[in-house]
Design a protein around this ligand. Structure first.
Ligand code: NAD
Length: 356
């Protein structure tokens, strides 16, 4: 089988880590008899430099005609003083909208081999955790009616949260389907004690839950969830939540793993075409030094195999190879102990490929 992948390398460490993931894809393709045709397109600062805009039309068209999209990261100090609509980060919203990506999947897993990097108490870290956050990506307050007006005390600003039953059902189904393949538990996070949108959210999630026999459905208020994530993260399997709550909680969850260079993500729509990217940014402070951790991007490629191409065995193989490299004590600079030896981006990639 041949799969067409649009590569959006972007800026900073983006090209280095995307090239590592492509090497891993070719290696897994060779092992299982698939081929991956990877076509690069411009995005972010690199696109601004080349053609004067962060998301050229050719990039959107290229992504739309590919089977899936792998993105590195965009942005950097060189473009920080440009106006908002010309900033590299603008391309991220543009490409998500163009692909209609309404689901964001963000795993937050504590690797036993990296337990010492976890900022939580030893007694909490030792239980480990493996959470999948399912965040609604195209609705809610980030997309609602907003503006400025004259109020009782002069100038005021407002943003509006709005969710339809359709949007909630759609994301809830993704969460329950995901939980069925994992620990069979969905924690739905809302603020139903205050917000009307949360009350519709809660009611709708429970209606969808009835379609999924054997998957437990638990409600949690967002303030409690923020606390429980640091107190007892092992209680969570799949978390489903709205755009803004998911934005905040997924960053909190990534931080308790202690290793930003390790975490992948997937953004999905109703088709099998998704956009896969590490959760970290373009790390301009280490760009070009060959020391970036490629694992988040390699694991993003594994998510692509699983979610877009239904190649679960191949995805497992990559994830096991990463585990095996970490268990062997191999580290890039960001996850090495202070003063310890570490591997370069390409050496870590070689070690992972060796273990496939
Ligand atoms: P960042 O994630 O790029 O870096 C934060 C810190 O983590 C830095 O010290 C960096 O060296 C380190 N780090 C990140 N990824 C690493 C990796 N793979 N290996 C080793 N170390 C790694 O966040 P930032 O510094 O706040 O942002 C830098 C630029 O990236 C900004 O322009 C920002 O707008 C952009 N950004 C882009 C995305 C995206 O493309 N999706 C996401 C976040 C930030």
């Amino acid at each position: 089988m041949n799969y067409n992948i649009a590569l959006l390398r972007g800026d900073g460490i983006g090209p280095e880590i995307v090239d590592s993931a492509v090497r891993v894809l070719h290696a897994i393709g060779q092992k299982y008899g698939h081929s991956f045709t990877c076509t690069p397109y411009l995005i972010g600062g690199a696109a601004i430099d080349a053609v004067g805009e962060p998301l050229p039309k050719e990039t959107v068209e290229g992504c739309l005609k590919s089977d899936s999209v792998l993105l590195g990261a965009v942005g950097g100090p060189k473009w920080d003083s440009l106006p908002g609509n010309l900033r590299p980060e603008k391309a991220l919203l543009g490409i998500r909208a163009a692909l209609g990506l309404f689901t964001n999947l963000r795993p937050a897993r504590l690797y036993p081999a990296l337990k010492d990097a976890c900022p939580l108490r030893e007694s909490v870290a030792s239980s480990g955790f493996d959470i999948m956050i399912v965040r609604e990506l195209t609705g809610g307050i980030y997309f609602g009616d907003r503006g400025y007006r004259e109020g009782k005390y002069g100038e005021e600003a407002y943003d509006t949260e709005c969710y339809s039953r359709f949007e909630i059902e759609r994301i809830a189904r993704v969460a329950f389907e995901t939980a069925k393949k994992r620990g069979s538990k969905v924690t739905s996070i809302d603020k139903a004690n205050v917000l009307e949108t949360s009350r519709l959210w809660r009611r709708t999630v429970h209606e969808v839950a009835k379609e999924f026999d054997g998957v437990e459905c638990v409600d949690m208020l967002v303030d409690n969830a923020a606390m429980q994530l640091v107190k007892n993260p092992a209680q969570f399997d799949v978390i489903v939540t709205s755009n803004m709550f998911g934005d905040i909680l997924s960053d909190e969850a990534s931080q308790i793993t202690g290793s930003i260079g390790m975490l992948p993500s997937a953004s999905l729509n109703e088709t099998s075409r998704g956009l896969y990217e590490p959760i970290h940014g373009s790390a301009p402070d280490i760009a070009g030094k060959g020391i970036a951790n490629p694992i988040a991007t390699i694991l993003s490629a594994a998510m692509m195999l699983r979610h877009s191409f239904s190649l679960a065995a191949e995805a497992d193989d990559i994830e096991n190879a990463v585990d095996s490299a970490l268990n062997a004590g191999l580290r890039t600079a960001d996850i090495a102990e202070r003063g310890a030896d570490y591997l370069s981006t390409s050496q870590m990639t070689d070690e992972i490929i060796k273990r496939l």
